[in-house]
Design a protein around this ligand. Structure first.
Ligand code: ATP
Ligand code: MG
Length: 302
């Protein structure tokens, strides 16, 4: 296989505006600061895996605008193979955030060209991978993911983090869930999808062999034939953006390297803890020095 992991989901530029207060209809307020960073859940997780030393690729769609160029350049600078399709028209995906001094946020998602991705725009090479990691699209992109699952080699492990966007589209994603080996959700999303928060029952009802439920500071519960509950690390949280994506990177890395469920959850929690102690989704994700921690966990596990 050419890659250890390939990501497929919406690619967005995150544009965060600091405002004195969040404006209501017909009101105006002021912007006092602006931060822009490359986002997209699948890309965040793939960048985490690349920093740990995996051979990675990302696919999806951007436009030939400034944001699209930055998103692709960011992937390449992280050592991720760029298999992103580029549209000659339209806008790249953006998430515009407005955050007030109390930390309350308003988010506006502009999916742009993300959902216009078609199967023929994904090079075969991108799908020559041991792991395919799927995250949400806002609209039609779901269809391409279903088509990809029909054409990929049966030996590819498929992981899915539905996020809130897909959790509320449970019916529509049933075709994807059938092809999913590893389902990674947070507690609220699992409850939306199943009406309960029991990973074992969820695995039986939804199809994947493995269900991992992230619970913020409460750590994680996971099931694949047996259940584990692994507490989170006690750290000071500065910014929880991307915590779930960082968890996925640590978990999937350990699992793909043959570690057990508990060790994989611990390493997921570790990567998430590194993420939330800094700012942004990938800014404080570690490099290969973090593998020493994984080795320690594996020794503890006997
Ligand atoms: N306050 C915290 N202290 C320690 N660890 C945390 C904290 N918040 C989150 N984490 C870690 O991050 C992981 C993922 O967080 P969470 O359960 O919020 O996922 P999520 O809702 O999918 O995140 P995201 O909003 O990034 O998608 C947790 O399983 C835990 O390891
Ligand atoms: Mg999440």
């Amino acid at each position: 296989m050419k890659f250890d992991a390939t990501g497929l989901g919406a690619l967005n530029m995150d544009q965060l505006h600091m405002v004195d207060r969040i404006a209501g209809p017909d009101e105006e307020t002021f912007v006092s600061g602006f931060i822009e960073s490359c986002g997209g859940s699948a890309a965040n997780t793939i960048i985490g895996l690349s920093r740990l030393g995996m051979r990675t690729a990302c696919t999806g769609k951007v436009s030939d605008d400034r944001e699209g160029a930055l998103l692709r350049e960011n992937l390449r600078s992280e050592g991720v193979a760029d298999h992103v399709a580029v549209s000659g028209s339209g806008r790249s995906g953006r998430v515009m955030g407005f955050v007030d001094p109390e930390g309350s946020r308003a988010l506006y998602v502009d999916p742009g060209v993300n959902d216009s991705l078609r199967l023929h725009e994904i090079p075969d090479e991108a799908l020559e991978t041991r792991l395919l990691h799927l995250t949400s699209f806002a609209g039609e992109g779901l269809r391409v993911q279903r088509e990809v699952l029909e054409v990929i080699d049966g030996s590819v492990t498929v992981s899915l983090d539905p996020g809130h966007l897909y959790a509320v589209r449970s019916r529509e994603i049933s075709g994807i869930l059938e092809g999913t080996d590893i389902l990674l959700t947070n507690q609220r999303e699992l409850e939306i999808m199943t009406g309960h928060t029991d990973p074992a029952r969820a695995a039986e009802e939804l199809g994947p062999d493995m269900v991992v439920m992230k619970m913020g500071a409460g750590g994680v519960r996971a099931w694949n034939g047996r259940e584990v509950h692994v507490p989170a690390l006690k750290v000071k949280c500065r910014d929880s953006t991307g915590a779930g994506d960082a968890f996925n990177a640590g978990f999937l890395y350990a699992w793909m390297k043959g570690h057990g469920l508990e060790v994989s959850c611990r390493f997921g929690n570790y990567l998430a803890s590194r993420c939330i102690q800094g700012y942004g989704a990938t800014g404080s994700l570690p490099g290969q020095e973090a593998l020493r921690v994984l080795e320690e966990y594996a020794v503890d596990d006997g």
